[in-house]
Design a binder for this molecule. Structure first.
Ligand code: ZN
Length: 183
């Protein structure tokens, strides 16, 4: 099912997610919800906490940024290694319409499990590396605002407060036209 995406200000976004031990029906349902909600939002990635589930799981659709990218769900992901540095505009579905240049490693290796519990490793560069790191941050209760300088952060938080005040009456998910590169 398509789920509501939690916005900045929702305290679940600051909760560290718990590791998954049970790879049963609940996890399969969560994975399906993530993939459907992410596709509807046309996002690169979506962390379980963004739909209010404090489980260490995220979905990613690499095909949105790379021709042969995979569309999959990663469970209990960890950053195994990273190097380099790259500054690029980054968005977040929990901050609709906001894009800010953020510095992140240019290459990353992720260790995780798939939906059957099998250990997997993924390596990525560029925007896909950025998306992996962005989603893993979500699962630790971190947001991209934590990586901004103080002035930019203040500006972004101010914009989010006025957006929430303006759109209180309707589902915000319908109001962001720039979601394609958000995660
Ligand atoms: Zn995000």
């Amino acid at each position: 099912m398509i789920q509501d995406i939690r916005l900045f200000g929702d305290e679940v976004l600051r909760m560290p997610a718990e590791d998954v031990c049970d790879f049963g029906a609940h996890l399969q349902q969560l994975a399906s919800d993530l993939l459907m909600t992410q596709a509807e939002a046309k996002a690169v990635g979506l962390a379980a906490v963004q739909i209010g589930v404090e489980q260490n799981v995220f979905s990613i659709d690499g095909s949105t940024v790379e021709r042969r990218g995979r569309r999959e769900v990663l469970v209990n992901p960890q950053v195994a290694d990273s190097h380099g540095e790259m500054v690029e505009e980054e968005g977040c579905l929990s901050f609709p319409g906001i894009f800010v240049p953020i510095s992140r490693p240019a290459w990353v290796a992720i260790r995780a499990q798939n939906l059957d519990g099998k250990e997997i490793v993924r390596e990525a560069t560029g925007y896909l590396a950025r998306a992996y790191l962005h989603e893993i941050d979500h699962l630790r209760g971190r947001l991209f605002t934590d990586l901004m300088d103080a002035d930019t952060r203040r500006d972004v938080i101010g914009k989010m407060r006025s957006l929430r005040a303006r759109e209180r009456s309707g589902p915000l998910a319908r109001f962001f036209p720039f979601a394609r590169t958000a995660s």
